[in-house]
Design a protein around this ligand. Sequence first.
Ligand SMILES: Nc1nc2c(ncn2[C@@H]2O[C@H](COP(=O)(O)OP(=O)(O)OP(=O)(O)O)[C@@H](O)[C@H]2O)c(=O)[nH]1
Length: 359
Amino acid sequence: MPLFNKLKEKLSSFKKSAEDTIDEKAVEVEEQNTQPAETSEPEPVKTEPSKTSNNLEQETGSKSGTGFGQKAKAFVFKREFVLDEDDIQDTLWDLEMGLLENDIALSVSEAIVESVKNELVGTRRRIGSDTGKIVEDALKKSLYNIMSANTFDFDEYLKNAEKPVHIVFVGVNGTGKTTTIAKMANLLQNDNYSTVIAAGDTFRAGAIDQIESHANKINTKLIKHQEMGDPAAVVYDAVQYAKSRSIDVVLSDTAGRMHTNVNLMSQLEKVCRVSSPDLIIFVDEAVAGNDAVERAQQFNDNIPIDGSILTKADADSKGGAAISIAYITGKPILYLGIGQGYEDLKKFDPQWFVDQLFE
Ligand SMILES: Nc1nc2c(ncn2[C@@H]2O[C@H](COP(=O)(O)OP(=O)(O)OP(=O)(O)O)[C@@H](O)[C@H]2O)c(=O)[nH]1
């Protein structure tokens, strides 16, 4: 499924423009050079794979417009050059603007640009290197480093953890939290874990019925109390139920709330205090972009989260929240919601994410 198309286009246009800039610089260096080839053997350098001399001919010919002869091209091939900051200042600026347009938070965009700059500037390049690959590798490396903050293997954790493992899901209203809990229970059951869901959203009218309907469809036990009841009590009962019946995982829903709602936030703190969950997972929608990032940060400040799940990634062309949240909270993204079906939950792997941005 194609994800984050707008961001992909932006990265591809940055790649093209950085590639052109580097190639122009290479031609410029060559043009300044008047010494014969035999006096200019390059020192050994660690460089990227070189293009074939045919590629190089096309490139140098088209960029310089000078139509080098065969001898001159061989000569260019043996040369090296170093890119300095001025050469790619404008291109990096465009990259930063492009990242911001795609809802990547300012501090994260700056970190990515800084890292790309460090990769590109100051390293000796052999003229004729595959500049497209150089730029793509620099981008991939920076994005990967940003996204792989504190990775945490959820499967491995579950396998080794003492049971029942208790997971509390937090986040604002309507972002897909309830559906995500059902998807998660379904996934765990498919992996042969037994599950129980706690209907901890006692606040929103209809929330208990909604989660009950999911629980029935995926055939998992639901523990519920009355609407407006104490969510901490529901969650406590669910954990006791799991302990008494050797259930592997308790998945607790909580009422959606704005991070600014002090009462609901302290109620959530109480739920977490009373039930001491093993994991607190923040759920938000990828399409919310910077708003989701801000909420993740503020939830994390109040109730330290262990990771995030981003829903509706299938509808998100920008990818900003996915890139920013792990970096800003310092906690990994665990899954992406990629549709409305129970099977539409994809384990998040930073390498997969970065690779598919360049497919
Ligand atoms: N396209 C798409 N839709 C999703 C995804 N996850 C959830 N939804 C839809 O988003 C809508 C809201 O989901 P809910 O699970 O009801 O939201 P919620 O966060 O539980 O809402 P509250 O109970 O108010 O907190 C539903 O129509 C879901 O089908 C996803 O990954 N992709």
